[in-house]
Design a protein. Structure first.
Length: 528
């Protein structure tokens, strides 16, 4: 389970404490009965809405621990514990699906089932192998009990068989949200996947990590049956994803998207776009502006671009979009950011390609037109000119004064000096609470902990208004699995900033000795 922000952790601890104190708060609703050892066990009877609100703040581990206290609590909390089954590895798929097959009564609690067999993001160790035909078979076995299933998420090496989709459609009357990916196998034009009606969420993507087969792969036509399902039988879509995460292997032709009319659509993810073989720009369809104007409730738009081999053009008419005034989240490239009209934007993701110095000024000008911007992810190519780099950071922070969460990625050499310049610039962000750094790794670099301490101390200067709560550091290296060598999260836990203690969680690959993971606490003032 990923470590949350310090504020979330404190909130969860308070919620657990509140739940354990419920007998004192509601004395008339609590009865005590002896267990097998003669000890009194609390029986809690609360309005469901109050209990639900408390449980929403608890991590699954706390709910599980409460379930182990008594059979009464286990029966009371089982619907929350099994509401979401997220099986993130082959081993988790094997154990989780076998559990559900042995205890079919648990299936009735599941609202979301997510399966990650042979998971490509398993790190630092490779996921063990599992037969995905067996995984699909087990889902078919438990499907009759999944009466409340709303969301099914498949992320395997290939799309599962037709039989699974047909079984889910016939057995799960509340199923309205589908995620699936494809690998190397061609899409079956008569797949049972395309026979669903009235979906509210649909996601079809090409799996991450497939090897490149061509610099310019041909765009793959999607089956007419898929378009018929989306365009005519799913009028209530709220989220739609049609994209490729392996643009060197497979890319979908998605021009028919502009025929869609989904009044409730709030989230749209499309791509990949990039260069054609003649280096013309293969971008969104020309009818895209009109399509967007028909969807005034759109709040999240993500356009995936592939510029890994060549830099994107400085300007192109295809980049410019007139977006709904309700848009809050955008992912794409810097050239798509206008200078006017994005007053509602709170989140920007510019991780498609590195940002070079020639585009710094235009980017800062565009960000100034987003007064509500709170979350920014940016990939920067840091060049040797430290003065120009420092000036850019000052302009960037001045353009984003309400920033709360910043992810800064740099895959060029990034040592102590550029990090110190970056950390000092963060002082100009009084609302910043979380900072993440992804950097290229060299063996001479300082430790992740030293980098985090450097950031914490830099923003704690006498002239700083920033009260940074969390720093994350990731070391990227092409030779490592998933290009990640190590990562660490460092969260401030003490109320006094000057005397802060830091909760540290680190994992990664050692130069010798394999993988490691550790958690510990240290005093910031003790660091030299």
């Amino acid at each position: 389970m990923a470590i949350g922000t310090p504020s979330n952790s404190r909130q969860r601890r308070r919620s657990l404490k509140a739940l354990l104190q419920l007998p004192a708060l509601f004395p008339r609703t609590v009865s005590f009965t002896p267990n097998s050892h003669g000890q009194p066990v609390a029986g809690i009877s609360l309005p469901e809405d109050i209990l639900h609100e408390i449980l929403q703040e608890l991590p699954a581990s706390d709910i599980l621990n409460l379930c182990l206290c008594s059979s009464h609590l286990r029966a009371l909390l089982a619907p929350e514990l099994y509401r979401t089954m997220h099986l993130r590895s082959s081993r988790a798929c094997e154990s989780g699906l076998n559990l559900l097959a042995r205890h079919p009564e648990l299936c009735g609690h599941i609202r979301k089932l997510a399966l990650r067999p042979n998971y490509y993001l398993a790190w630092p160790n490779r996921d063990s192998a599992v037969d995905e035909v067996w995984v699909a078979k087990m889902v078919r076995i438990i499907a009759p009990g999944l009466k409340k299933l709303k969301t099914f998420d498949w992320d395997g090496t290939e799309m599962p068989s037709n039989t699974l989709w047909r079984t889910l459609r016939e057995s799960c009357p509340e199923l309205t949200e589908l995620y699936t990916n494809v690998g190397f196998e061609s899409l079956n034009p008569r797949s049972e996947l395309f026979n669903f009606d009235d979906l509210t969420l649909f996601s079809l993507s090409v799996r991450h990590g497939l090897p490149d087969s061509s610099v310019f792969p041909l765009r793959e036509e999607l089956p007419p049956a898929l378009w018929d399902m989306l365009l005519t039988r799913c009028p209530n879509l709220t989220e739609l994803t049609l994209c490729s995460f392996s643009a060197g292997q497979r890319i979908f032709q998605i021009d028919r998207i502009v025929e869609g009319d989904w009044p409730a659509l709030t989230s749209l993810t499309l791509g990949t776009f990039g260069y054609n073989a003649d280096f013309s720009l293969a971008s969104q369809p020309p009818e895209m502006p009109r399509f967007l104007s028909r969807h005034p409730r759109l709040s999240a738009l993500r356009l995936s671009w592939n510029f890994r081999r060549w830099m994107s053009p400085d300007e192109d008419a295809a980049f410019q979009l007139e977006l709904p005034q309700t848009l809050e989240e955008f992912s794409g490239i810097a050239q798509q950011l206008p200078c006017l009209g994005w007053e509602s934007i709170t989140t920007i993701d510019l991780m498609c390609e590195p940002l070079y110095s020639t585009r710094f000024i235009a980017l800062c000008d565009a960000l100034k037109a987003m007064p509500l911007l709170a979350n920014l992810e940016i990939w920067v190519h840091v060049e040797p000119n430290m003065a120009a780099y420092a000036a850019f950071l000052r302009d960037l922070c001045a353009a984003t004064p309400k920033l709360e969460d910043l992810h800064f990625m740099c895959t060029t050499p990034f040592g102590k000096k550029p990090l110190s310049i970056l950390a000092r610039a963060l002082r100009a962000l009084p609302y910043l609470r979380a900072f993440a750094l992804t950097k290229g790794h060299r063996y001479a670099d300082e430790t992740m902990r030293a980098s985090a301490v450097r950031v914490f101390r830099a923003v704690a200067g006498p002239a700083s208004q920033t009260r940074l709560e969390q720093v994350s550091v990731r070391w990227a290296r092409a030779a490592c699995r998933n290009h990640l060598k190590q990562e660490g999260t460092y969260a401030r836990v003490a109320p006094s900033y000057s005397g802060a203690e830091i909760d540290a969680w680190e994992r990664g690959l050692r130069a010798v000795g394999g993988a490691f993971e550790r958690k510990y606490r240290f005093a910031l003032t003790s660091e030299v």
